[in-house]
Write a protein that binds this ligand. Structure first.
Ligand code: SME
Length: 155
């Protein structure tokens, strides 16, 4: 492995289409979950440069901070709390256009303005979430959801 990521500029469909095969190649021969999650966050950060990209993993019925790229973050989130805990409890993707308008949003960084959270699965079990924060309002939409679902399906 040990190749540089090929980063391109274009609309987000083009950028995801270029990135996803590279993430697949990064993770497909590596069985270690943490190693793969770490490389996924690095690849997403390198291509998109969002404020914060990271995983929270279910441990003892709470979410615990996992591999991430970006500013330091809250380490534990209870089920049903914040955007992450809500996405986990509902096992559904949540897109937040303006974090100030999401009741109970947990502000790990005051620079975060919008967010997307996707549940992640292993062997059919929800094992955590992928959380992405943007410093801009309304960054994430159905296109991001579709491609990020493809990425988390590689876990
Ligand atoms: N904003 C999240 C907390 C995690 S940080 O954004 C990294 C939430 O409301 O669950």
């Amino acid at each position: 492995m040990a190749e540089d990521l090929n980063v391109i500029q274009g609309d987000k469909t083009t950028e995801y289409a270029n990135l996803i095969p590279q993430i697949k190649a990064l993770v497909e021969d590596e069985p270690d979950l943490i190693a793969n999650l770490a490389n996924m966050t690095a690849a997403l950060k390198t291509q998109f440069d969002w404020l914060w990209i990271g995983f929270y993993l279910v441990k003892d019925n709470e979410l615990v901070l996992g591999p991430f790229q970006g500013p330091i973050a809250c380490t534990r989130i209870a089920k049903g709390r914040g955007v992450c805990g809500t996405a986990w409890a509902k096992e559904d993707v949540i897109i937040v256009d303006n974090v100030d308008e999401f009741p109970g949003h947990i502000a790990c960084s005051s620079a975060s303005r919008s967010e997307i959270v996707l549940p992640i699965y292993q062997a059919g079990q929800c094992i955590g979430v992928l959380d992405i924060d943007s410093a801009e309002l309304s960054t994430f939409d159905e296109v991001d959801k579709q491609y990020l679902l493809e990425i988390v399906a590689l876990i």
